[in-house]
Design a binder for this molecule. Structure first.
Ligand SMILES: O=C(O)CCC(=O)C(=O)O
Ligand SMILES: [Fe+2]
Length: 270
């Protein structure tokens, strides 16, 4: 069924931290995007190895930008984002050519750890400011838009609204995922068990042409199988203020790294 915006999606996003626009990309656009990304795995693996999880930004690879511009300007999508967030939130700065693609690994199942993308301990530029903005539904956002059926992403609804972790979340996220020595099937099982052990998690089961908008500082994970083809646009819809925040964060991390390097050098010189 064709996508239709519903006001309850606004409530859902604000309380749960995620919403999925089902079948919002038309078939013709999915076709063009699949065509443009036909060699994505090959290119990513050449650069980052067989287990490459993504390529980013698109502009560093040999990928036709045209269908990504069509995606970024797709009227029902632009409209839905402007209602859930604001009209000032723009997909990929208007062309989405800076976005990434999430891909399946070539050889072995694996999963990321359960995580929140940014915490106040991650050298944020201003901790007080971060505490204010991280639970603001209109500040951080992230997008997964699958071009093939995608069951990799799991999420803990509502977790972005609190900065403290529950004991069960700490326990689940710090548990062992899988053993490096495990074979294919054991890794597949261990990663699934690790993923499922997070209290109150949901699996974002998606089909080609769906679009998930989510808060990246809520608990989430990616769990990957080589035999499930994955090409999922990984993007965000920032305001100019959010772009400025990421710039400031980049500088803050650079300065912290410089400080650590200088401390190391000082110890070594003693
Ligand atoms: O693969 C996914 O859907 C999530 C990836 C992720 O959370 C990350 O790389 O930080
Ligand atoms: Fe993440």
């Amino acid at each position: 069924m064709a996508f239709k915006f519903c006001d309850s999606m606004i409530h859902r996003y604000r309380t749960e931290g995620y919403v999925i626009f089902r079948q919002v990309l038309p078939v013709s656009l999915v076709r063009d995007l699949r065509h443009a990304t036909a060699t994505a795995q090959e290119q990513a693996r050449k650069k980052s190895g067989q287990q490459a999880q993504r390529l980013q930004p698109l502009s560093s690879y040999d990928i036709d930008p045209k269908p990504f511009a069509d995606y970024a300007n797709l009227a029902p999508l632009v409209d839905a984002i402007s209602k859930i967030l604001t009209p000032r939130h723009k997909l990929g700065k208007g062309d989405s050519y800076q976005c990434g693609l999430l891909l399946e690994p070539a050889e072995l199942p694996w999963c990321t750890a359960w995580h929140r993308d940014i915490r106040e301990t991650h050298e944020v530029p201003d901790v007080e400011e971060f505490r204010r903005i991280t639970t603001d539904p209109l500040w951080f956002n992230q997008i997964n838009c699958p071009l093939y059926e995608d069951n990799c992403t799991w999420y803990v609804p509502g977790s972005y609204l609190r900065q403290f972790d529950l004991d069960g979340e700490t326990k689940a996220s710090t548990a062992k995922t899988c053993d490096e020595k495990d074979g294919y099937l054991q890794r597949e099982r261990s990663c699934l068990e690790y993923t499922q052990a997070m209290p109150h998690c949901i699996r974002a089961s998606m089909d080609a042409g769906d679009f998930m908008l989510y808060h990246p500082n809520g608990w989430h994970i990616g769990n990957y199988l080589p035999d499930r083809k994955r090409v999922t646009i990984h993007d965000f819809a920032p305001t100019p203020e959010l772009i400025d925040w990421y710039d400031r964060w980049g500088k803050s991390r650079e300065a912290a790294q410089k400080k650590r390097d200088a401390e190391k050098e000082a110890v070594a010189a003693k």
